[in-house]
Structures are given as C-alpha cells and as structure tokens.
Design a protein around this ligand. Structure first.
Ligand SMILES: [Zn+2]
Ligand SMILES: [Zn+2]
Length: 236
C-alpha cells in the first residue's frame, strides 16, 4: 500500500468493508528506474479500458518490453482520466512525447527506462489522458480494486489468437470522453495539465515523430510476433 494515499479517517469512517478504491485519493506515479515521479489523484474516477489496436501493440514493441506492457492477447489496459489528475514531482528531463504517425495520439513515455506514461490527444482542449498502469505504484492493490472494472474493450480485431475477444463498451467510453472533456473545457480544468504549456498549448517537451521506415519495421514485428494464445487444435 506504500504507493497509495488514503483518505484521512476524519473524512471517512474506517471500515474493513470499505472497498479500497473508494478510500484511495492518490496513487504514486513512477517510471521503472525512478527518474520520473509524480502522482495520479482520484483513481476511482478513472475509466479503465483495454485497447488491442496494432498501434498500441507497436508502441509497446517500440519501447522494447512488450511482454511487460501487453497482456497475453496483445491488449493494453489504459486508465482514462482527466489530465489535471496527473502531476509530476521530478524533473521531466527524460520525458518523451512521441507520435507513431503524423496524426496519431501523443504517446508520453520515460526515455530513461522505456516506461509508458500515457496517451493524450494532440489538442490540449481535449483534456484527458489514457494512463498506462506500468507507471503506477498501486502498492500491490489489483487495478480493478483501485480503478474499478474494465468498461470497454476496443479494436479487438487486432487481438492475438482466436476467437477474438468481444468488443464492448465503445458507446459508453465515447460518452465518458465527451462528458469529461466538455466539463474540463467549461470549467477551465483543461488548463491544469502537466503535458502542455497553458499559454501556447504546445507539448512541454519536444515532439518526436517516428520515421516511416522505423514504423514499418515495428508494425512488421507486431504482425510477426507469436500468437500468444494457443489456437484450438484442428481436426481429430
Ligand atoms: Zn525511468
Ligand atoms: Zn490502441
């Protein structure tokens, strides 16, 4: 539980029946080597989803440790939350903002050790981030207990193995994104972000776009990577 901050007892009567995720107000953010540190607040307000798209898989391959980031079907669990819930307490010297294509999501990661931090839209007025659990210290508490159950499974056609996982929850996810970004826009919360300069809207670190030749190599690695779930035996 060392990575978690709990609500003070005067705010909530402690009870062994209280689910952990309703009492946790903050979760420590830390890259694998510790160079980048920070905090994610309001974990229970996040919207957990799983994305199987080949770009998320390609990104994991690009960072060099796909087995540590992807599940056995090639899925990336992502915790969608407001950018204002994220703050950094360390230098951002090794923070990288990367785009796989000229128009894709901005993917933020720690160059020091290859830890994915999260993905944001390029437009800072759409103020949400899909956080990568890899950078969060949950103190051993399961993600579902802290953030709630997964609510959407996306791009399942790119998942490894057969049958493909069933896609679900997309409408609910789009509504969550719409409501969250609209609220942040209306109440000015979108200006409280550690990822973009409040005045110019530019990313706080230099943007890197993956060279097309490098992307081709990465995506080939994704397609050639072993099917992680054994296919059902044929015949007999
Ligand atoms: Zn690091
Ligand atoms: Zn994806």
């Amino acid at each position: 539980m060392s990575g978690l901050t709990l609500e003070q007892p005067e705010n909530r009567a402690p009870s062994p029946r209280t689910p952990v995720h309703t009492a946790v107000v903050a979760c420590r953010l830390r890259c694998w080597c510790g160079a980048i540190e920070g905090t994610l607040t309001n974990p229970a307000s996040a919207n957990p989803v799983v994305c199987y798209c080949e770009y998320c898989q390609g990104y994991a391959h690009l960072l060099g440790r796909p087995q540590r980031v992807l599940d056995e079907r090639g899925g990336s669990q992502l915790l969608q939350t407001r950018q204002s819930n994220v703050s950094f307490t360390s230098s951002l010297e090794t923070l990288v903002c990367l785009r796989l294509t000229a128009r894709g999501m901005l993917r933020w990661y720690a160059r020091c050790c290859g830890t994915p931090i999260g993905n944001t839209p390029a437009n800072p007025q759409l103020s949400f981030i899909s956080m990568a659990p890899a950078c969060l210290d949950t103190g051993g508490v399961p993600l579902a207990e802290l953030f709630g159950p997964v609510t959407a499974w996306c791009s399942t056609c790119d998942a490894k193995g057969r049958p493909k996982p069933k896609a679900a929850g997309r409408t609910r996810m789009m509504r969550w994104l719409f409501d969250t970004t609209l609220n942040a826009r209306l109440n000015g919360d979108y200006k409280r972000t550690p990822f973009f300069h409040p005045d110019t809207g530019a990313p706080v670190v230099k943007l890197r776009i993956v060279r097309p030749t490098e992307l081709v190599g990465v995506m080939a690695a994704v397609r050639q990577s072993a099917t992680l779930i054994a296919e059902p035996a044929q015949g007999h």
